[in-house]
Design a protein around this ligand. Structure first.
Ligand code: ATP
Length: 287
């Protein structure tokens, strides 16, 4: 490590080494791949606690550089001693973040997020039923937590709830989340056009940066989004606002159009919005 820092701050005075080398197509691909990895790493750093760590590492490197240039032997010795222990400490402290990043790569959600793969697990009618139910529950401030399963199976969370296995309808969704009814607590899980279960218990997020005004319903949505690729919708009982948790991010104050776009993709959501308007004018309710 010390060698690396030393070579980093050593200036190459050999002029011939500054001449442009032959660049092959594979070199360009190499540069693009490295640039892409650094870009994704920086984004990952920003989304996690590791951002603070990165700033700390920059500071330490700058400090080490200064100590090498000024030949501060004692400082260099301390730096060398702490850096070895530091690497192990960082792995232990950031074990949850590292595990999550590896899980994301493993299940391919990393690539799908890069190439913006859209989910098509729900029919247009069912998306409209969901939008209608969420808008209605939002207007009367009925709390709700709805999980739309994607590629990662949620069997273990489904088992914590009460099995429903019913077709999706806005009336059923609203009924399940109605205050003081046996099924209103916890989360509803939806898999491919079926409501699988209700009252499911989701893992709570340990993210320290979640706004203090948000309670356990939002924390549970965020928690599941950190370990799966599900799209999780929350209707706040306190404010009536709708939010979506996806890939460790919470999108707050979203509306019906946002939900359509997320569940159907850009093109289908526009057509669906028009269809829904026509249906409602004719007296339908979106279920
Ligand atoms: N781990 C969990 N899994 C699923 N649902 C949960 C979990 N923890 C809490 N909930 C649901 O959240 C409700 C409590 O919400 P709370 O008021 O703490 O959250 P909130 O984020 O402030 O939401 P709101 O804005 O609706 O009040 C519980 O009654 C329960 O239905």
């Amino acid at each position: 490590m010390e060698e690396f820092v030393r070579s980093f701050f050593e200036v190459d005075t050999n002029i011939s080494a500054w001449a442009l080398p032959d660049i092959r197509i594979t070199d360009i691909i190499d540069i693009l791949v490295i640039a892409f990895i650094i870009y994704e790493l920086l984004i990952w750093f920003r989304k996690t606690r590791a951002w603070i760590l990165l700033k700390g590492i920059f500071f330490l490197f700058a400090f080490a550089g200064v100590s090498i240039v000024l030949q501060l032997n004692m400082t260099q010795w301390i730096f060398k001693a702490t850096i070895n222990v530091g690497v192990i400490a960082v792995i232990i402290i950031f074990q949850p973040e590292l595990r999550r990043a590896l899980e994301q790569i493993g299940r391919g959600s990393f690539l799908s997020s890069v190439f913006n793969v859209e989910s098509h697990t729900l029919s247009e009618e069912n998306v409209e039923a969901l939008v209608y139910a969420m808008e209605q529950m939002s207007s009367v401030k009925t709390g709700a937590l709805i999980v739309i399963e994607q590629e990662v199976a949620l069997g273990e969370y489904e088992q914590t709830g009460i099995p429903i296995d019913a077709a999706i309808s806005s009336q059923l969704i609203m009924n399940i989340f109605e205050h003081n009814t046996p099924l209103h607590d916890g989360a509803m899980i939806i898999r491919e056009d079926r409501i699988l279960s209700a009252t499911c218990y989701l893992p709570l997020s340990e993210n320290q940066e979640i706004s203090k005004e948000l309670g356990t319903r939002h924390r549970a949505a965020l928690g599941l989004s950190e370990i799966s690729d599900s799209k999780i919708f929350v209707v706040s009982e306190e404010t009536g606002h709708i939010s979506m948790a996806y890939s460790g991010q919470l999108y707050r104050h979203i509306d019906g159009d946002f939900i359509r776009r997320e569940l159907l993709g850009e093109k289908r959501s526009k057509v669906n919005k028009l269809k829904a308007r026509l249906m409602r004018r004719k007296g339908g309710d979106g279920s």
